[in-house]
Design a binder for this molecule. Structure first.
Ligand SMILES: Cc1cn([C@H]2C[C@H](O)[C@@H](COP(=O)(O)OP(=O)(O)O[C@H]3O[C@H](C)C(=O)[C@H](O)[C@H]3O)O2)c(=O)[nH]c1=O
Length: 177
């Protein structure tokens, strides 16, 4: 497997080894020892699976006191996935990293605890799978608005389909006021 560091310390892009043959393909999507060597040292405690249609944007979300690290991938379709560094004191605070995840590129993206995370669906529909390093706690949920001007994410869509909750998320500036 190939591990690519990004400008956001701890955020890594992983390209698993894909074994293709006349039947199709096989790949290991997680292996504790090898992923620990890639920097994913926290144990995973929860797996999530969501399906979304084209133009849906889920995010940008985080948990305030129980931040989740997430190993994300797209098992069907294609998404543009984004992590925003919200770690207090981080030299890249407020900066973002984006990566295209798809069933065809098999790419995984690790978003450590302390980041806001979200994605927008580029294909007709997309199945999104991810492992989390802490449990979901609805009382602990936080988020920033997808098009925060101070973050300046270059989303491939200008008018995505958002949940009511996501439409009302604050800017980073408002969050810190
Ligand atoms: C996240 C989550 C949600 N739910 C329930 C709560 C709601 O009744 C329903 C939909 O939740 P929500 O609209 O928050 O789902 P997403 O918008 O996909 O949220 C996720 O979006 C971005 C991409 C993230 O990185 C987070 O994992 C997560 O915030 O699933 C659960 O039961 N467990 C969970 O872990």
């Amino acid at each position: 497997m190939k591990v690519i560091q990004t400008k956001l310390d701890g955020c890594v892009i992983i390209e698993p080894k894909v074994f293709g043959d006349e039947r199709g393909f096989f790949k290991e999507t997680f292996q504790a020892e090898r992923y620990k060597e890639a920097g994913l040292t926290l144990p995973f405690v929860q797996d999530n699976y969501s399906r979304s249609t084209r133009g849906v944007l889920r995010g940008l979300h985080f948990q305030k006191t129980k931040p989740q690290g997430k190993l994300v991938s797209c098992s069907a379709g294609e998404v543009f996935d984004v992590a925003v560094d919200l770690r207090p004191g981080s030299p890249t605070y407020g900066q973002w990293e984006g990566v295209t995840l798809s069933e065809n590129n098999h790419i995984q993206f690790y978003v450590p605890p302390g980041f806001a995370h979200g994605f927008v669906v580029i294909s007709e529909a997309a199945d999104f799978l991810y492992k989390c390093t802490d449990y979901y706690d609805p009382a602990d949920e936080g988020g920033i608005i997808w098009n925060d001007p101070d973050v300046g994410i270059s989303w491939p869509f200008v008018s995505p389909l958002l949940s009511d909750k996501d439409r009302q998320l604050p800017t980073l500036r408002a969050l810190n006021d």
